[in-house]
Design a protein around this ligand. Structure first.
Ligand code: ATP
Length: 202
């Protein structure tokens, strides 16, 4: 499974639809300061389900929407689409029935984010799990922000362990275990309530 195209529309400085083709081998993005190189990496992180506005260098998630310029009005939505080449059929189960996967995330002012995979509505969690199971995602150590190397060097052992888990592709399993534990707690709570009711009726 490989990234093949990133399309940004109304995302940060990319007001008009812009395609970045990701071919085999190394892709370099060069340009003057402030031209939007980091915005491209953030778009990749965002479409994979990033939910921390701070990771997008914003105060709120709607800050990713084009905010307007002297010659252009602000936009009402931002959309990022990521096309994955799945001809090797390595996508996780549930997403593995076509040679290509298109993941789309759109945020609309006052309406939040919506996700689609191959035009079908999905939840943020489904997209996050898709990438976690493929050993990548919004928090992948393969996406290195400015200043991140020194953060890693100074990180506490627990934070370093999280990075190793993500690299090993087991963070999706941890997430599922956490959700199963929450469900179990809920079931135990319901059982206790049933016991109370039975006691009252006896
Ligand atoms: P450097 O080389 O200095 O790190 P860069 O090429 O990585 O720069 P970015 O940081 O990706 O550049 O882009 C910054 C530009 O994006 C700034 O001009 C900023 O005004 C613009 N920008 C960020 N958010 C928005 C937004 N919501 N609407 C419009 N423009 C935005």
């Amino acid at each position: 499974m490989q990234f093949s195209k990133l399309r940004l529309t109304g995302f940060k400085s990319f007001v008009d639809p812009t395609d970045l083709l990701i071919r085999d081998g190394l892709t370099g993005v060069v340009g003057p300061n402030g031209c939007g190189k980091s915005n491209l990496l953030e778009a990749l992180r965002w479409v994979m389900g990033e939910n921390r506005a701070s990771a997008m260098r914003g105060g709120g998630m709607e800050d990713v929407i084009f905010a307007g310029a002297s010659t252009r009005p602000a936009r009402n939505f931002a959309e990022v689409s990521l096309v994955l080449d799945n001809s090797d059929r390595l996508a996780p189960a549930g997403f593995n029935d076509s040679d290509s996967l298109e993941i789309v995330r759109r945020i609309t002012r006052d309406a939040g984010s919506a996700y689609k995979v191959n035009t079908k509505d999905v939840r943020a969690r489904d997209v996050q799990m898709l990438f976690a199971d493929a050993s990548t995602g919004a928090h992948s150590p393969a996406l290195v922000r400015q200043g991140q190397i020194s953060e890693l060097i100074n990180a506490k052992p627990k934070a370093r362990r999280r990075i190793l888990e993500e690299a090993a592709g087991i963070s999706g399993l941890y997430q599922r275990r956490h959700e199963a534990e929450l469900k179990l707690k809920g079931a135990e709570h319901n059982l206790a309530r049933v016991d109370d009711v039975i006691e009252q009726l006896a």
